[in-house]
Design a protein around this ligand. Structure first.
Ligand SMILES: *[C@@H]1O[C@H](CO)[C@@H](O)[C@H](O)[C@H]1NC(C)=O
Ligand SMILES: *[C@@H]1O[C@H](CO)[C@@H](O)[C@H](O)[C@H]1NC(C)=O
Length: 249
C-alpha cells in the first residue's frame, strides 16, 4: 500500500482496519441500549482507549438507566494528527452504522476530547480543514439516531457558530488585531456542513486552551485539561434533555 491511497479516505479506512466489519458494534437485540449508547473518543496519545473519558462513561452508565458504552479504538497513538483524525472519523462512522443497523430504536451519544473531538466532528460533518485528510460526512439520516454529539477542546473549533459553547470568543469587541485571530489550530472552513446534526451538537472550548482557542500570544493551555471537571455534569444534562426531546420520534 503506497502513500497515494491516503488521498482516498475510503481506502485509508480499509487500509487501517482491513475489510472486517466492526463486530464490537453488532449487538444482539436484548443488549440494545434503552437509555443511550455512548461512543467515547479519547484524545491523542498512547495507552488505553478510554483514558480520561472514563469519567464520562461512569456518569452515563450510573445516571442514565439502560445505557451502554464503548471506547473508539482508533489510532490515537500515532504522531501524525492527520492519520489519527481520518482513521478515527471513518471508524466512528462504521460504529454508528453498525450499531444503528443492529439496534434501530436505540439512541447514540458520541463524545470526543481534543483530537477525539476532531474525530467526532469530522466523522459527522465531513472534513473541512486544511491539512487534515478528507473524510466525507456521515449520511444525514443518522441525525435521528445520534441525539447528542459533544466535543471538548477540539482543533477544528471556530467560535460564534450555533453549536460552539464555552468561554472562547472571537475577540471582537476587544482591541488589538491579534485578538481576532482565534480558532482551533485546524479551523473548520465549512461549519454549516454540520447543519444536519445541529440540534445534537455542542463543541466546548474555553479561553486559555491553545488547541481550540489559539491566539497570539499563545495561551498557557491549562484550560485544555479542565473540561471533564468543568462540563461533565452539563453534558450529562444535555444528553438527558436530548433523550427526552427525541424519545417520541
Ligand atoms: C436531519 O437533517 C435534515 C437535513 O439534512 C433536517 O431537515 C432534519 O430536520 C434533521 N432531523 C433531525 C432530527 O435533526
Ligand atoms: C427527562 O424526563 C424525565 C422523565 O419525564 C424527567 O424526570 C427529567 O427531569 C427530564 N430531564 C431533563 C434533563 O429534561
Amino acid at each position: 500500500m503506497h502513500v497515494k491511497s491516503f488521498q482516498n479516505p475510503l481506502l485509508l479506512g480499509f487500509f487501517l482496519h482491513g475489510l472486517q466489519p466492526c463486530l464490537a458494534q453488532i449487538v444482539p437485540p436484548e443488549r440494545c441500549a434503552t437509555g443511550v449508547h455512548a461512543i467515547l473518543i479519547r484524545g491523542q496519545g498512547p495507552g488505553d482507549h478510554l483514558n480520561v473519558m472514563v469519567s464520562v462513561q461512569n456518569l452515563i452508565l450510573q445516571l442514565i438507566p439502560g445505557s451502554s458504552s464503548v471506547d473508539l479504538p482508533y489510532k490515537h497513538g500515532v504522531d501524525d494528527h492527520r492519520i489519527a483524525a481520518a482513521d478515527g472519523a471513518s471508524l466512528m462512522q462504521e460504529y454508528i452504522r453498525y450499531y444503528a443497523a443492529s439496534c434501530p430504536n436505540s439512541k447514540i451519544f458520541v463524545h470526543g476530547y481534543s483530537l477525539g473531538g476532531v474525530v467526532m466532528m469530522d466523522g459527522l460533518c465531513g472534513t473541512s480543514s486544511q491539512w487534515l485528510f478528507p473524510v466525507s460526512a456521515l449520511e444525514p439520516r443518522y441525525n435521528r439516531t445520534v441525539i447528542a454529539a459533544v466535543s471538548y477542546g477540539e482543533e477544528t473549533f471556530v467560535p460564534g457558530v450555533p453549536y460552539s459553547v464555552g468561554t472562547c470568543t472571537d475577540g471582537t469587541g476587544t482591541s488589538g488585531w491579534y485578538f481576532r485571530l482565534v480558532s482551533g489550530i485546524y479551523p473548520r472552513i465549512h461549519p454549516e456542513w454540520c447543519d444536519a446534526y445541529a440540534a445534537s451538537l455542542r463543541s466546548y472550548c474555553d479561553e486559555d486552551d491553545a488547541t481550540c482557542c489559539f491566539r497570539i500570544p499563545p495561551p498557557d493551555n491549562l484550560a485544555h485539561f479542565l473540561y471533564i471537571f468543568r462540563y461533565n455534569m452539563d453534558v450529562l444534562h444535555f444528553v438527558q434533555q436530548r433523550l427526552n426531546a427525541t424519545r417520541s420520534q
